[in-house]
Ligand binder design. Structure first.
Ligand code: VG1
Ligand code: CO
Length: 542
């Protein structure tokens, strides 16, 4: 039986960089989830009896929302819901299923790298038929709908048990429970030379993968240990937990400090990697060296042709604006198209669909390709392994050779988390007010060559996105970028991105901290960070 429930709008259901994210108790407010899901169903482009893909990263509240979405899908005319067993799907696996199974879209439940648990974060994201995050036009329409919603439809019956793959009839709809890993692992086998990677591992190459108690545990265990023959125990923290074991599933120097320490030690394995809550981010560490995400994008783009899935070469590269320009140097040297987009994977969708680019990446540990329409953590690990197997060199040697060929873009991101929202907005406002007069200004040895607020015009559909971050470029190409995060759930987070290009190989061995010292000081001065936020230093540096 279908029930129509009267409701009133919430005024805070505007999706951010990657879906709607709030604290769990906020999502637990009566009708809160239902209002948002109904708004998605009201604006989603879908045929009669459409197929919906559904799954999440297993965080606290995942199971309850999976049930609500299934009951609402049945009440809203969907013909089939494809759901990962126990409600689990990594973000890239969901993207793959949407594409493989020609679904009209998918709902992914995750707050990605944000902590989980009863007081942690939760999130709901809608992806469209190409498998990618809904573009701004769609998220805006969903938001407008949330402001006028009056009722939602839901099946009265409880959703069935979802622990075993198979089909279940439910309220006139079919629920198809799938193994969350199977289709994804099959896709990886098509893209990469598993035999070659197996041989590398069999020859004594050692690796470790930290799943951070998040969704990639089952994926990494199946692929790395079962299919590629890595030793049992290669995957650590491999069991997904609703609170991520109390940790923060963000693969960076702060939250994956144990992994980095292991890779810097005397008995370090050859290769280390980690992924985030929903499996779309990656961190790559070689013995004795951490690969910055922007460098990883550049190295993957330069070497992708070594893997079977990209043997014909790549069409082009896209990166988000704050991501370092290391990839641009690869594109320039190889004669490839290069695109600079606003932060967030949704901006890559059109470029990938149009065949303008093959590889995309963000400084926030996201890399991916046209195999799905999301960034993909395990994919990045496998591409690295395929490249290592082909080149037979260490991560460190590959990175150093890359810098020698293309130059090195020293890079850091400084995050000031949970600062006062008003103060953060004022800081950005003040920067914007000063943009026009900035060119020509001198800070120490640095002279501003141009400054603007990044505005993107999508080359495929012509849509325009304004206010995407303040860029200050100095003569010589160094850059400072300021923007506010669109994924936080408390106060505001200021992100300051700092980059310096160094062509001289003799100077490639510096510590980024030293190489960027003058720019960091300048960022503090130009942004008036201490004066406006009261913070003398960032809480996270990546
Ligand atoms: C952050 C990152 C951005 C990424 C987004 C979603 O956004 O900076 O690059 O696409 O998270 O990633 P923001 O607005 O907080 O800077 V995930 O792994 O959270 O889906
Ligand atoms: Co993520």
């Amino acid at each position: 039986m279908i029930e129509t429930v009267a409701t009133t709008p919430f005024d805070d259901q505007k999706p951010g960089t990657s879906g709607l994210r709030k604290k769990v108790p906020h999502f637990q407010t009566a009708h809160y989830v239902q209002n948002f899901v109904q708004s998605i169903f009201d604006v989603a482009k879908r045929p009669e009896k459409a197929v919906l893909v559904l799954g999440g990263d297993g965080r606290f509240f995942n199971r309850e929302v999976v049930d609500i979405v299934i009951r609402m899908a049945a009440a809203n005319g969907y013909g089939r819901v494809i759901v990962g067993a126990n409600g689990l799907l990594s973000t890239p696996a969901a993207s793959n299923l949407i594409r493989q199974r020609k679904a009209s879209g998918g709902i992914i439940l995750s707050a990605s790298h944000n902590p989980g648990g009863p007081k942690g974060d939760f999130g709901i994201k809608y992806n469209i038929a190409n498998g990618g995050p809904a573009p701004e036009g769609v998220t805006e329409a969903i938001y407008r709908r949330t402001l006028e919603i009056k009722e939602y439809r839901i099946a009265k019956a409880a959703a069935p048990d979802l622990s075993t793959p198979g089909e279940i009839a439910f309220e006139g709809m079919t629920i198809e429970v799938v193994d969350p890993v199977a289709d994804y692992a099959a896709l990886m086998e098509q893209l990469f030379d598993f035999a070659k990677i197996q041989a590398l591992i069999a020859s004594g190459f050692t690796l470790t993968f930290d799943a951070m108690h998040a969704v990639t545990g089952p994926y990494a265990t199946e692929i790395l240990e079962n299919r590629l023959g890595a030793a049992k125990g290669t995957v650590v923290n491999g069991e997904p937990k609703p609170d991520f074991g109390g940790g923060h599933p963000d693969p960076n120097a702060v939250h994956a400090a144990d992994l980095i320490a292991r890779l810097m030690g005397d008995d370090a394995p050859d290769f280390g990697a980690a992924s985030d809550g929903d499996g779309d981010r990656n961190m790559i560490v070689g013995r004795g060296i951490v690969v910055s995400p922007s460098d990883s994008l550049a190295v993957l783009a330069a070497n992708a042709h070594l893997a079977p899935g990209y043997a014909g070469g790549i069409a082009g590269i896209a990166r988000s604006m704050p991501t370092s320009q290391a990839a641009d140097r690869v594109a320039a040297k190889r004669g490839l198209g290069m695109y600079e987009t606003p932060t967030g994977w949704k901006f890559f969708g059109n470029l990938l669909d149009a065949g303008k680019v093959t590889i995309c990446g963000e400084e926030s540990s996201g890399t991916g390709s046209n195999h799905v329409r999301e960034k993909d953590g395990v994919w990045a690990v496998l591409l690295w392994l395929n490249i290592l197997a082909e080149r037979g060199e260490s991560v460190k040697a590959i990175l150093e050779a890359h810098w020698a060929e293309f130059g090195r873009n020293y890079y850091q991101r400084h995050d000031y988390e949970e600062i006062d929202k008003r103060a953060a907005e004022k800081l950005m406002e003040s920067l914007r007010d000063r943009l026009a007069s900035m060119a020509g200004q001198r800070f120490g040895t640095l002279v501003v060559s141009e400054a603007d607020d990044f505005c993107y015009k999508d080359p495929v559909d012509g849509s325009i996105s304004t206010g995407q971050g303040v860029r200050i470029v100095f003569s010589g190409g160094s850059r400072i970028v300021f923007r506010l995060s669109g994924t936080g759930t408390k106060g505001a987070t200021l992100r300051v991105y700092i980059e310096k290009f160094e062509p001289d190989p003799a100077k490639h061995g510096q510590n980024p901290e030293e190489a960027l010292a003058e720019l960091v000081e300048t960022a503090n001065a130009v942004g008036e960070i201490e004066k406006r936020t009261g913070r003398t230093k960032p809480n996270v540096i990546t």
